[in-house]
Design a protein around this ligand. Structure first.
Ligand code: AMP
Ligand code: ZN
Length: 465
């Protein structure tokens, strides 16, 4: 079955096949490790994880790179402002390196809790060998005549690159400086951007390096180009990020990479829409962000957030609310308790239901895939058959269904004797017409996540759903 993905370069769903027969090169822009990831960031990483799983189910090996930004990302996301890492270090009275390793670990923990399988290749921008790669890329751009120097850095001249802003459909002629990036009088054009920034004369930066142009640090955009080219080659198959990366960060990555190599940088660009809160974008600078810890503090299983995210298409905005998360939790709990009542699957592997595969291969239509999944859960197939299908589908959802339902099953198993005794006592109470006591016991059993059903043949235990 063909895999179709919405490509921001062509503005349509294109049939995806990789350049190499069985292997996909995938570059996903990673976190800036100066603070915890917020739920919006995590939505994007969940989308990328689902994409990776779908590629694998389609028979591809995935060679993925995710960068860790630990230098050069300035507070205004453009060429001005403070380095987010240095700001974070000041905030916490630590070194930039300490901040980077603390929040990198926090990110890895969040990913693990959400079943996001991270790539083996996670290069850090401030590592010596990647600083070198960034300097070399800037040198190439300089040799090819794409750069100029100002008092504060080396800039990319966006007018020298023919198709600048094509993907974002930027109206370059009418673009006013200040609307998109902050004012910088020495820049030749509003869309030019820093490749290398000089350290300030009056302040010592924590992170700075020698370069042919002077002591300083790389601009944020150049790191992704340098790492993608170094780790995956001049042309990659898919490049991903949140939608906010489309007009500036990815636009600049394309310009500098293609100017340097003369080759197409990425064949597909996929962008995840934003997570909103109170109908506004969730963001660190917006000051309205929630972390995974805030969900854990309210006793939500992190995977209920993953379930919530799967309920919306990745190209649709999604509004976060506690109410909506609660609904996801109820659906997720119901699913697990259903599965715990089923027999263990008889077969190891199960072919995917055609409708399910069609949905996921149609630009990752996970809401539709979830609906088909629930249809199967509710069908009359024997539970062992269903179980095999459900676990196969969970290779894409990543909801730990097998593990969680097994845990519940074991829990019921251990409480068997206690529950049998309660059932016996309830039966006696019923015979004595002590219905109040019988209801009390029913309630006690329900609290253990089980339902009592009275039938002609006596009481039956059922998984509560
Ligand atoms: P950052 O750490 O700011 O570089 O962002 C990491 C990733 O999260 C990027 O791919 C962003 O595009 C993405 N992102 C930022 N805010 C949101 C949001 N509210 N919803 C979804 N993705 C977001
Ligand atoms: Zn990037």
């Amino acid at each position: 079955m063909k895999l179709r993905l919405y490509n921001s370069l062509t503005h349509q769903k294109d049939i995806f096949t990789p350049r190499q027969k069985n292997k996909v090169s995938l570059y996903t822009c990673g976190p800036t490790v100066y603070n915890y990831a917020h739920l919006g960031n995590l939505r994007t990483y969940i989308f990328e994880d689902v994409l990776r799983r779908v590629l694998i189910v389609n028979g591809y090996e995935v060679d993925q790179v995710m960068n860790i930004t630990d230098v050069g990302h300035l507070t205004d996301d453009g060429d001005s402002g403070e380095d987010k890492m240095e700001k974070g270090a000041r905030r916490e009275g630590k070194t930039a390196q300490e901040i980077a390793s603390f929040y990198t670990q926090a990110f890895l923990d969040d990913a693990l809790a959400l079943n996001i399988v991270l790539p083996k290749k996670m290069p850090h921008a401030a590592d010596k060998k990647y600083i070198e790669a960034q300097i070399n890329l800037i040198k190439t751009l300089e040799q090819k005549g794409y750069t100029y120097q100002t008092s504060d850095g080396v800039y990319f001249d966006s007018t020298k690159f023919k198709d600048y802003g094509k993907m974002a459909q930027l109206d370059i002629a009418n673009l006013q400086e200040g609307a998109r990036v902050s004012k910088n009088k020495e820049k030749h054009h509003p869309t030019d951007f820093a490749l290398w920034k000089f350290s300030p004369q009056d302040k010592k930066r924590q992170m700075e390096w020698q370069s042919p142009w002077g002591i300083g640090f790389p601009g944020w955009h150049i790191e992704c180009s340098a790492m993608a080219i170094k780790e995956l080659g001049k042309t990659i198959d898919i490049h991903c990020g949140g939608i906010d990366h489309l007009p500036v960060h990815h636009t600049n990555e394309i310009a500098q990479s293609e100017a340097a190599t003369g080759k197409q940088f990425s064949r597909f660009f996929l962008h995840a829409e934003h997570l909103l809160i109170n109908e506004g974008r969730m963001g660190k600078s917006e000051g309205n962000f929630l972390t995974l810890q805030s969900l854990k503090d309210k006793k939500f299983d992190p995977l209920t957030y993953r379930y919530f995210v799967l309920g919306a298409h990745y190209r649709s905005k999604l509004n976060f609310s506690w109410e909506a998360l609660k609904n996801s939790q109820q659906a997720y709990d119901k699913l697990i308790s259903n599965l715990a009542g089923w027999e263990t699957p008889t077969m190891e592997n199960q072919d995917y239901d055609e409708r399910f595969l069609a949905a996921v291969n149609d630009d990752l239509n996970m809401p539709k895939a979830l609906a088909i999944f629930w249809d199967i859960v509710k069908t009359n197939l024997t539970s062992a058959q269903k179980m095999a299908q459900v676990f196969a589908m969970d290779k894409i959802f990543g909801l730990s269904l097998q593990e969680k339902s097994q845990q519940l099953k074991t829990k019921i198993g251990q409480a068997q004797e206690e529950i049998r005794a309660l059932l016996q006592e309830r039966e006696t109470a019923r015979q004595m017409k002590n219905f109040q006591r019988a209801d009390e016991i029913r309630f006690q059993i329900e609290k253990r996540g089980l339902l009592v059903e009275d039938t002609k043949e006596g009481s039956l235990l059922k998984i509560k759903d």
